[in-house]
Design a protein around this ligand. Sequence first.
Ligand SMILES: [Zn+2]
Length: 139
Amino acid sequence: MIVLPPTARAAIAAHVAADYPNEACGLLLGRRQEHRMVISQAVASTNIAEEPNRRFEIDPGLRLRLQKAARSGTDQILGHYHSHPDGAARPSKTDRAGIYEADLVWLIAAVKQGQLDGIAAFMPHADCGGFDEIELRES
Ligand SMILES: [Zn+2]
């Protein structure tokens, strides 16, 4: 289970709306607890993909900066989020082909006519061959 607090949800909602009709993406910081992960912050990235209306790619420089910061703090990189403009909140074929790290959570935000229209969370299989949906609690 992954917990998404209202502040992080609002940050994602604003970002995916602002970048519409392109895909928006960013990183999720938070803590791993025994039976759940708790997001503390959603950090917006520039989508550096060549076709940002069809794909997403997180800025590796942002990830590096957050990883360095995580070493001295309590929050770790739990995963990332991206949006599906006028699509569904579930992994696309492109997403399934783009899993490289089995331990990062994927949040996928559906955007309809420029407004957030639902978020779902997925965990890659250990072999990076697909996803399982995990419970997303908005609190
Ligand atoms: Zn996607």
